[in-house]
Design a protein around this ligand. Sequence first.
Ligand code: NDP
Ligand code: 2IT
Length: 445
Amino acid sequence: MGLVQDTLEIVWKRNPGEREFLQAVTEVLTSVEPVIERYKKYRDGKILARIVEPERQVMFRVPWVDDKGEIQVNRGFRIQFNSAIGPYKGGLRFHPTVCASILKFLGFEQVFKNSLTTLPMGGGKGGADFNVHGKSDNEVMRFCQSFMTELFRHIGPDTDVPAGDIGVGGREIGYLYGQYKRLRNEFTGVLTGKGLGWGGSLIRPEATGYGAVYFSQEMLKTRNESFAGKVCTVSGSGNVAQYTIEKLNQLGAKAVSVSDSNGTVHDPDGINPEKLAYLMDLKNVRRGRIKEYAEKYKVKYLDGQRPWGIQCDCAFPSATENEISGEDAKTLLDNGCILVAEGANMPTEPAGIRQFLAKKIHYGPGKAANAGGVATSGLEMCQNSMRLAWTREEVDQRLQRIMVTIHKVSSEAAAEYGQPHNLEMGANIAGFVKVADAMLDQGLV
Ligand code: NDP
Ligand code: 2IT
């Protein structure tokens, strides 16, 4: 048996039942197998066995009191996966499905994604099985304060810098930051995605969605095409989906869908800037359901469905993991889809990825296509360290340059290993090599 297979078996035994984690590890290790075969130094240094084991995992009780005065208890986590190239960096997810497997898959992906950004950031992820839906602002605040009361001792601007993810946006980062500051009596760049008036970076809210579209522009350029007139489906209706649609509109494409965990809206005329403003108010301020959009604009609501049955040129999965099944992938391909860019982390099941690669459509894997978010978090850390703030244009240009570079290094690595169209392989290899070399340089850690 090969080294990759042996390592996967150890991972499976050591992390029983952690399906998402094993899925992510299998994908990366399979991609980097030719690198391991080519270079003895990675085999001798036992890089595979080391890289699949988080450096540290913290799991903790989060007690808080709801508006009725009742005590609630949630479970909090921080997975500090790899610090070979910089402090741990990665988001916090608040969602009822949060568990070790999901956060370990996200933390593992983050290691290679952060490596691709060109910035010095290690990988981590955290969160809690807390459902923000239906909670009052005060309940969310009390939860965030309790969560940070444990988390603060494990993080710091040079140790571990969390940010947002599903269920954690500007509101939550504000409450978390306030509590960190009280506990430490320090005003530092310990979190990213902060408010613009207190250390946040311009373009950070937009960055993941904008970055996914910039990355996709690079893919389209290889066939001498642009976004003008392209019909795009988008899933999700949160941070990533919203700014993906904003950038698609700016580039002359037509975004025809959004979704949430209840269903999908199909708006064939396109979600224009006015409708997007409504969507942002609905989701970010009123915190309502996507169905209301369909009612307001009298368009089709596909109850309980995802957007992948809608004809499109380009698809932007921007909700959650495993939201494109093998069957969905087939439908997308049968309907003429030529590009899939993953705004979400691991949204395509392995059977779907295999089909995208076999058909040689433009497939931008999450760790490359959605790296603009964490890259701009890195730019926020940089501005915080320098105690200055760049303009919108400056940050946007840096983001664009980073996305172009990620596309370039991923394409080059894919070509070097004989599969020039395969950005999944290229992104995994390019991200891996930098981290693996840093681990070798730093001795047995
Ligand atoms: P938000 O919380 O802002 O939005 C999440 C959206 O996805 C909501 O519309 C939500 O619907 C939907 N969703 C969440 N879980 C599910 C589910 N199980 N089934 C169906 N729909 C679901 O999160 P973000 O936009 O920040 O994150 C979206 C994705 O992008 C995630 O995979 C995240 O890891 C990834 N990502 C985010 C980055 C960021 O900077 N924010 C950076 C890189 C990747 P509902 O309201 O019904 O829950
Ligand atoms: O998955 C991700 O890259 C994020 N949720 C953003 C992480 C960050 O630190 O900005």
